[in-house]
Structure formats: structure tokens, C-alpha cells
Design a protein around this ligand. Structure first.
Ligand code: SF4
Length: 330
């Protein structure tokens, strides 16, 4: 398990470029609700929601989540179905399952109190080293670095090393945090710089607070070297059983795989694409899901339930779109 070494725990006085960066962050950064708190529960939820999801999408969902699950106890005692429903539309549902699992571990093994040591935080399901660093530094002031995609990009440019390995970047991030004297603000500042100024395609070096110290400042960007994700096409036949009085027949997906544990009409995977056009195509990170649908009037067989309302059941966005195209409004 990763441990902070005693060397990592040393914090020296801030260097000149640390001062410049921290001052910029304190005066210019966006005000975001998860930056106004040191509550580890709130910071944890925001960090998980912000993975692969934009701030503007997360903001309303974060506030709604805290209304529904204001603390670890309320989350731990909720059903997985209600947690998945609250996550609906954010995608990457594995994150919601891990959150629920972690809340139960905290309730059972930590007396409902969010763990304060870096190792205990990182031992929770779905929390990697970078997310643990965010929670540990923002909530408890520990000098643990964050190394998300934004921070990696800034460090590579700043140090003039586009081929830097993760090991080198962790070391660089740790040195930066040690020099800063302010772990929380240093991490936030690096994330903010990557998100708002040192963007992947068009870094705005003219506005950048660290341009005087940055080796890549005002040079062509490295965005062309970013790797493309391989996407595989899958073709699924969706059996739509609908009834004017009983609603729509849904079954729960298996606990692993695409749309795990969510509810959908019965789905059969096709070996090859049919001649007809798909009713809806839903893009995931590594898959493009082509959905073909047929409406069926006889009674369904197998596991499942009729739902006359979709307000309490978690459906993938792709299935919502498919139902809309069939005029199913529940
Ligand atoms: S000077 Fe330009 S390349 Fe360097 S960190 Fe700032 S925005 Fe990024």
C-alpha cells in the first residue's frame, strides 16, 4: 500500500513560483461549493463526481446529492438502487457503486467518521492515489499531491518534459507541494491552472501566472500526441414490453459490465449488426452501443418488473433516449 514517507511530510517555506501560483489561485480561482468546505464527505463526493465529468454538469447534481444524502449515515443506509437513481445521467456508474460501498465501510469499520489517514482513505473502494491526495490535503491539510490529467499536463509543460513518466510526475508534484507550505491550495491551484489556463489544446500562456518559470511557455502545444481511445461497436436488441396500465417491463442488468445494476428492458447481444438502422446509438468511453428495438405485445417471461413510473428506478441515459423515441412517457 502507498505510504507517505517522512521525506514527503516535510514542508518547507514557499518558493517564488509557489508564491506566484498560490497568489493567483487565491485571487482568481472560480468559487466552487466544494472549495468552501473541509468536510471530507463533501470533498469526496465532489472529487468522484468530477472524474470524467465537467464542472458545469456536476454543480447542480452535487447540490441535489447533498440534499438527498447529506452525510455518510444517510448514504450508507440508502439502497443501492436509490444511489444509482441519484447518479442517473452522470455516467460511469461504477463510481456510484463504489461510493455506496465505501459509505458502508466507513459506517461499519470507522464508526461513521471519514478516515483521516492517507492509507485508510486510499483503502476505500474507488479511491486512487490522486483522489486520496485531494481528500487528504483539502480536508486534513496533509501534504499528499493530486495528479489528475490537468496536473500532469501542467507539470509536463512546466518542467519541459512531455515524455515524463508517472513516477517522475509524482515526484515533481510532491516536491511542489513540499515547497509550497500549503498543500490544499497548491493542489487546488495546479488543478485550476490546468482546467482554466493551461488547457490541452490552447494554453493561454499570456495569462499564466507561472509563465516565467515554465519551459514550454509560448511554444507549440503537445496536444497532437494525445492518444486516441479505441472504441468497439456493440449491437443490442432491446425488447420493449409496454402496457397502458402497467407501464414498461424492466430487468436489472448484471452487477458487472456495461450499465451494471441499472434497469433496462430485456437486452440480447447481437453477433452482427442487422440490416435495419439502430433506433439509438449511445457512446461510452470504449463502446458505441447500437440499440435496435422491437415492441412486443405478449406478456414477458423471466426476471423483471413492470414500472408505471421511472421516478424511482435508475435507467441508463441510452435507454431513456430509446424510450423517448418510442413515445414512452412514464
Ligand atoms: S506558461 Fe503556458 S504551457 Fe506553461 S504552464 Fe502556463 S499555460 Fe501551461
Amino acid at each position: 500500500m502507498f505510504r507517505l514517507s517522512s521525506r514527503c511530510l516535510r514542508i518547507s517555506s514557499p518558493s517564488v513560483h509557489s508564491d506566484t501560483l498560490l497568489s493567483w489561485y487565491r485571487h482568481e480561482a472560480r468559487r466552487l461549493p466544494w472549495r468552501e468546505t473541509t468536510d471530507p464527505y463533501r470533498i469526496w463526493i465532489s472529487e468522484i463526481m468530477l472524474q470524467q465529468t465537467q464542472v458545469k454538469t456536476v454543480l447542480p447534481r452535487y447540490m441535489a446529492w447533498l440534499e438527498q444524502f447529506p452525510n455518510i449515515g444517510s448514504l450508507a443506509s440508502a439502497s443501492l438502487d436509490s444511489v444509482l437513481k441519484a447518479w442517473e445521467g452522470l455516467g460511469y456508474y461504477r463510481r456510484a457503486r463504489f461510493i455506496h460501498q465505501s459509505a458502508n465501510i466507513i459506517a461499519l469499520e470507522h464508526g461513521g467518521i471519514f478516515p483521516q489517514s492517507f492509507d485508510d482513505i486510499m483503502a476505500l473502494p474507488g479511491i486512487g492515489r490522486s483522489t486520496a491526495g485531494a481528500i487528504a490535503s483539502f480536508s486534513f491539510g496533509l501534504p499528499a499531491p493530486v495528479l489528475d490529467g490537468n496536473v500532469k499536463r501542467v507539470l509536463k509543460r512546466w518542467r519541459g518534459n512531455p515524455e515524463a513518466t508517472d513516477r517522475q510526475l509524482w515526484s515533481s508534484a510532491q516536491n511542489g507541494i513540499n515547497d509550497s507550505g500549503s498543500p490544499a491550495d497548491w493542489n487546488q491551484a495546479m488543478m485550476e491552472l490546468g482546467a482554466t489556463i493551461c488547457s490541452s489544446r490552447t494554453p493561454d500562456c499570456a495569462r499564466c501566472p507561472v509563465s516565467q518559470h515554465c519551459i514550454a511557455a509560448f511554444q507549440p502545444t503537445d496536444s497532437k500526441s494525445s492518444k486516441k481511445v479505441a472504441v468497439k461497436d456493440v449491437h443490442w436488441q432491446v425488447a420493449l414490453y409496454t402496457c397502458p396500465t402497467r407501464g414498461v417491463w424492466l430487468t436489472q442488468r448484471p452487477a458487472t459490465g456495461i450499465w451494471a445494476s441499472l434497469w433496462t428492458p430485456p437486452i440480447t447481444e447481437l453477433r452482427s449488426p442487422p440490416e435495419e438502422k439502430p433506433c439509438h446509438v449511445h457512446a461510452l468511453t470504449h463502446r458505441r452501443v447500437h440499440l435496435y428495438s422491437n415492441t412486443i405485445e405478449r406478456d414477458p417471461v423471466g426476471d423483471g418488473r413492470w414500472y408505471s413510473s421511472l421516478n424511482t428506478v435508475a435507467l441508463p441515459t441510452g435507454i431513456h433516449r430509446l424510450l423517448e423515441k418510442h413515445g414512452v412517457q412514464l
